[in-house]
Design a protein around this ligand. Structure first.
Ligand SMILES: Nc1ncnc2c1ncn2[C@@H]1O[C@H](COP(=O)(O)OP(=O)(O)OP(=O)(O)O)[C@@H](O)[C@H]1O
Ligand SMILES: [Mg+2]
Length: 538
């Protein structure tokens, strides 16, 4: 139903897509995967008609409608929530708008046009559009009270839900989403997983989230070597089979029949497991026949993330007294008393991402607290990875010059020195000379990590560091933080990250803090803490 034929894309010398042919069939959910910078977002933009390929074309079956989840959260700030959803059905929205305008200026001439529009509006079930949109919103946890609120006044996590409703509005035949889980809380991610697992139409979704991919995908479309290959099955299946293929390729002496038998046995076991699982019922055709010869090892590489400290800190790291933050009169957190010891790896936690982000912004002097104070130990040097990095990438300069902005001495300006940090993050040769403005989401985060490594601080502050990163980078990042000898303040929705890095949990709430030396899992499981947490947010 959706076909791309002979698609090629080239940026300078770099070939992103080379004569790609692929068909996306009705009813399947395709998880589009690939390393940061492989071309996933570019591919979706081409499908949506927002970017012209060097050559080739996209064919959507006539009469079918495609819809895209908007990534720009602030694009609809002047619209109400309900209107934002209605805009999701562009044609219907245009008809309604034209009708409304004509009514204001009613003449006999207009009457004919209004009649025409009304007919179309009827056919599209326009009269029920408002109530359908309202139901969709309510299902997403946005109650009636907010339907006439301006988008600009919505909490960020609810904005994302409204945009989801917009994309889903009118039941599109093909739904396209680029990293939809990035800014969602656990609860909304589960909702989306459940929704997509039962969605009957075609879905193409880019994600780096294993759990999400496993819950929703019937197929994996891997972008690698400039091509797109479909594999039936979920992410784990693709991952395990490509690992097996790579292992077999290394064992060259093994006979072809033995390899084939081993793969077939693997597929048989895996299919049996999937059939038993809950997901098998929701998306029926989970595992179809699979051509054993088609499985290819991947070309993905792990970046080298190593945080060195220029000098070790003394015993005083950070002292906070009575810190509080409010936003438009709403208390985000208050009464934060906290003394950070050397080597602490603190998971800063809250139900409200605005609270944790405000906490880091205050510690980095980008925001003024409503009350309280903090003091860094004199031997500390900090570096900060903010959740939002847009402001770092407004200038049109190459990556070497970009990173050079943060060197500390004249010697460090040397290109070889700067390139060393870019190279660790897989920008080498020509890649280091591309413009910072063209970077993909994950590539931007990789640059920010090069910057942090170069600063060589002894205290790291990380606000949602795994957003946008591919799985290879997340693994390397996770290991580097485990091994880091300095101190860390970290906020993440990646459970594994929080559990394996943190040795102390600091929960900041509108009624004060909970501060415990324990692992993240123990913290979440402790019945006394559960009770306490309930009170703190009530
Ligand atoms: N105008 C351009 N000139 C040169 N290179 C470009 C241009 N636009 C994009 N690129 C490069 O094309 C590659 C693909 O970008 P794209 O955003 O599609 O990646 P992606 O697979 O979505 O990555 P991520 O997982 O990080 O989101 C990146 O390496 C990017 O830097
Ligand atoms: Mg992308």
């Amino acid at each position: 139903m959706l076909t791309v034929s002979n698609l090629s894309v080239q940026f300078g010398k770099r070939i992103l897509f080379d004569e790609v042919n692929a068909t996306f069939t009705q009813g399947n959910c395709y998880g589009i995967i690939g390393a940061n910078g492989a071309g996933k977002s570019t591919f979706l933009k081409i499908l949506a008609g927002d970017f012209d390929p060097t050559s080739g074309r996209v064919i959507l079956e006539p009469g079918k409608r495609m819809s895209v989840l908007n990534q720009n959260h602030n694009m609809f700030d002047e619209h109400t929530v309900l209107e934002t959803v209605l805009i999701g059905n562009k044609v219907l929205f245009a008809i309604k708008k034209e009708m409304d305008e004509l009514y204001l200026d009613y003449t006999d001439e207009n009457a004919d046009r209004i009649g025409e529009l009304q007919l179309q509006f009827d056919e599209m079930d326009g009269w029920n559009a408002d109530s359908a949109a309202a139901t969709l919103l309510s299902n997403l946890g946005i109650s009636d009270d907010f339907h006439y609120t301006l988008m600009a006044d919505m909490e960020p996590k609810y904005k994302v839900r409204v945009l989801l409703a917009q994309a889903l509005f009118g039941n599109p035949d093909v739904l396209i989403m680029d990293e939809p889980t990035n800014d969602l809380d656990f609860e909304t991610i589960s909702w989306l997983e459940n929704f997509l697992a039962h969605y009957e139409n075609t879905v193409l979704v880019v994600s780096h989230d294993r759990h999400f991919l496993d819950s929703v995908c019937t197929h994996i479309s891997d972008i690698d070597f400039g091509k797109i290959n479909h594999y039936s099955g979920n992410y784990t299946f693709w991952y395990e089979s490509s690992q097996l293929a790579a292992k077999q390729r290394a064992q060259q002496n093994k006979k072809a029949e033995e390899k084939k038998a081993e793969l077939e046995e693997f597929i048989r076991r895996f299919s049996a497991n999937v059939a038993k699982s809950k997901q098998a019922t929701s998306r029926k055709k989970m595992i179809e026949k699979l051509n054993v010869n088609d499985i290819k090892p991947s070309s993905r590489r792990y970046p080298a993330i190593i945080f060195d400290q220029e000098r070790e800190a003394g015993d005083q790291i950070l002292n906070i007294e009575g810190l509080a933050a409010t936003l438009d009169g709403e208390v985000l957190f208050k009464d934060v008393d906290f003394n950070m010891a050397k080597g602490d790896k603190v998971v800063v936690f809250s139900r409200d991402s605005r609270a944790t982000s405000a906490f880091y912004e205050i510690l980095n002097e980008k925001l003024i607290p409503t009350a309280g104070k903090f003091e860094w130990g004199i031997t500390t040097a900090q570096s900060y990875l903010p959740a939002e990095n847009h402001d770092f990438f407004t200038e049109d300069i190459n990556l070497v010059d970009w990173l050079r902005q943060w060197v500390k001495t004249e010697e460090e300006r040397d290109e070889v020195f700067v390139r060393g940090f870019l190279g660790k993050m897989l920008f080498s040769g020509e890649e280091a000379l591309k413009k910072s403005s063209v970077l993909s989401g994950g590539e931007k985060v990789r640059c920010m990590l090069s910057r942090m490594m170069m600063i060589r601080a002894n205290v790291l502050m990380l606000d949602e560091p795994t957003n946008h990163l591919d799985l290879e980078s997340i693994t390397a990042f996770n290991n580097s933080l485990k091994n880091f000898k300095g101190s860390i303040l970290l906020t993440t929705h990646d459970h594994e990250f929080a559990q394996t890095v943190g040795n102390r949990i600091l929960e900041i709430t509108p009624k004060g803090v909970i501060d415990r030396y324990m692992t993240f899992d123990d913290y979440l499981d402790d019945p006394k803490i559960k009770e306490l947490r309930k009170q703190m947010y009530s």
